[in-house]
Design a binder for this molecule. Structure first.
Ligand SMILES: C[S@@+](CC[C@H](N)C(=O)[O-])C[C@H]1O[C@@H](n2cnc3c(N)ncnc32)[C@H](O)[C@@H]1O
Length: 254
């Protein structure tokens, strides 16, 4: 088991930020276009501490979270309990790199922000597809590798690092100790889905503009935040903005 995912302090700090709040609200906005939560069976693969799925449970979904980190799963249980929906949560601690096995199928499967951390994307997708009911939804969210050039340019005036980022498929992050992570574009992810029999695949940009604004303080001012969110929603499916967004969310219907 990989102990680094037990150090969740930096992750919890990130979740307190305005840009994380915006990210979670935008992915929720996208999902609401496709599903109604009541009575849905949801599988959250690499679901961590349940921030992606809690709103679904609060509106009547039954959620199963799979994750390698006991501390993340404990925090999910705490959040669900605080919101009086502990009965809607099942957690499974497992290392996804060695696969998983379940005895039920789901109406919605989330794989949000996991594929940076595992080297078996294809086998996880294959299993997710098998656990989807017909007519049900797969939502993938991942960091868009085209966006990697912006932080060194905007926040560090570092042209050398920006230059080195072009075309790179990995990045170094310090979220869970120093880790080398994988990066994809939306089209690279969609290509992986095309070998399955999905009826419709839609792609969205999540945070196209927020990370291009240097002034971080202004982002938490209520009026500014609401206008920024409105702009982000406007640009989610507007070419070319989603191509450079920080994250891409892909929703596929089986
Ligand atoms: C960046 S967090 C995302 C959590 C959640 N999906 C979200 O977006 O809020 C990545 C999660 O992947 C989990 N993870 C990383 N490698 C894993 C593995 N091999 N098996 C299971 N979970 C893993 C980590 O423990 C962590 O909870």
């Amino acid at each position: 088991m990989n102990e680094k995912y037990e150090n969740i302090e930096k992750w919890l700090n990130y979740q307190e930020s305005t840009w994380a709040k915006l990210r979670y609200e935008l992915t929720e906005y996208v999902l609401r276009k496709h599903i109604k939560p009541a009575n849905l069976k949801v599988l959250d693969i690499g679901g961590g501490n349940g921030k992606e799925s809690l709103w679904l449970a609060k509106e009547g979904a039954n959620v199963t979270i799979i994750d390698i980190s006991q501390n993340m799963l404990n925090d999910a249980k705490k959040k669900y309990t605080e919101n009086n929906v502990a009965n809607n949560l099942k957690t499974i601690k497992t290392d996804l790199s060695i696969g998983f096995s379940l005895d039920e199928k789901f109406d919605l499967i989330l794989i949000h922000n996991l594929f940076s951390y595992v080297n078996n994307v294809e086998s996880i997708l294959k299993q997710a597809y098998a656990y989807l009911k017909k007519g049900s939804f797969l939502s993938i969210m991942h960091v868009n590798r085209y966006s990697e050039i912006f932080p060194p340019l905007i926040f560090e005036n570092d042209l050398d690092t920006a230059f080195d980022k072009v075309g790179k498929r990995t990045a170094k992050i310090d979220l869970y100790e120093d880790t080398e992570v994988y990066r994809f574009t939306a089209d690279e992810m969609i290509q992986k889905l095309e070998k399955y029999n999905f009826g419709k695949i839609e792609k969205y940009g999540i945070i196209s503009m927020c990370n291009l604004i240097q002034d971080n303080e202004i982002k938490s001012q209520k009026e500014y935040y609401e206008k920024l969110k409105k702009l982000e929603i406007r640009l989610m499916q507007e070419y070319p903005y989603y191509e450079i967004a920080r994250f891409n969310q892909i929703v596929a219907v089986k």
